[in-house]
Design a protein around this ligand. Sequence first.
Ligand code: ATP
Length: 483
Amino acid sequence: MDRLTCPVSMAGVTADPDTAQTPQNAQTAGDVVTMDKLVSLAKRRGFVFPSSEIYGGLGSSYDYGHYGVLLKNNVKAQWWRAMVQERDDIVALDSAIIQSPRTWEASGHVQSFTDPLVDCRTCKLRFRADRLDEEECGRKPSKHPGETPDCDLTGARDFNLLFETTIGPVREQGSTVYLRPETAQGIFLNFKHYLQFARKKPPFGIAQVGKSFRNEITTGNFIFRTREFEQMEMEFFVSPAAAETWFEYWLAERMRWYLELGIRENHLRLRAHDNDELSHYSSATDDIEYLFPIGWQELEGIANRGDYDLRQHSLHSGDDLSYFDTETRTRYIPHVIEPAAGVDRAMLAFLADAYDEDEIEGESRTVLRLHPAVAPVKVAVLPLVRKDGQPELAREVHGQLRGVLQAEYDEGGAIGRRYRRQDEIGTPWAVTIDHQSLEDRTVTVRDRDTLAQIRIAIDDLKPELQRRLDEPWRSPKLRGARS
Ligand code: ATP
């Protein structure tokens, strides 16, 4: 929500060469991933499709296919696990997308959830004034807006990003409401319930995952910036004196989450906001940035929001949202530390970090070296041939495994092609049933990254795969996949 106080008077603004992110600075040695390759793989393998394609598409709107849903669910599950399952001090919430419009007056969104917009009088396109270095001008050959002699940009003006709709059967008489632009406010509205019914007291947090909507001036870069997206937000309520310590704590925790899920450390960094970037209520904000194929970009924001939110909602609702600490016998409005992440953006980072190409026996292959915990499918079960009782035994093995992890059965086509398909969707292990399996009930397990194959008894498969899933994991891209 950092844009609540975005600087507005940016007339005649031009791209800042110091902060411009070009594809050149995005590429690290040996990394073959590009946005085009990701888009193409995502479509080819059924992760993400452009939405409404049969009607010509709707700009920057995407549908998630089978593997996209599984991957996204795994990202969210890992977040819930870290936020709620493994802790005693955070509880869950799923609040409404359409809330009282007064919410957004209190939060400041109605007045100032804006981005600075510039028009080009020549090409009639509109751009985000603070991101000209990322935008493409309408002239050919395409440059950044403002860079061709023909460009004629207006001064910047505020553009509110809230999506409006009306409640009630008669549009003219209905009341204006908004699709939430962030999940956070639903948490503040429910703060009192958690004090009363969940018997929580600071320090404690409320976590929420759900869709948010922003009428972005410019979208693009695949699922990086869209108008409809999912967020994973947690508001951590603390005493004013403890806020700074908890802010530092959450910076470290959130970095750890990405690293433990295998994001390469040389592709992840923390960037503290400068004073002129900070929201007026925030005393500190850091972005976790990832080195996407388009350059270093925000993946998650972590902000020390002070008591702004609960104070605003107390004022606007008339409900007292302060907390009385019975131990110190003091009353205060809790301060809030907020780690706010995007699910789609995290998914894009996992895909970009995993994408790799190599060669097996003279044939090139594309492989997603995903952490097993986020990989859409954990294990593929493949009969070597479609006869001699192998499919039947493979079905039996598949039946055993699917109860405990996402397993896929595939008997169609040459075994090499089936491996390649699983490599492209990031399946870490493939179990192959062959002639010997029928004799001694053993199978081979092939590793996606090392290509090592071991023979193992069918009875030992489940514990072996579980053991591998629980093991610490490091991206093979850091050390060369086949070492
Ligand atoms: P940005 O500066 O990239 O527009 P922001 O600072 O406005 O993002 P926040 O309000 O801090 O974003 O939202 C938290 C997270 O939600 C972001 O770090 C990002 O991962 C995700 N997010 C925000 N806007 C979008 C969007 N339009 N599309 C996809 N994800 C988004």
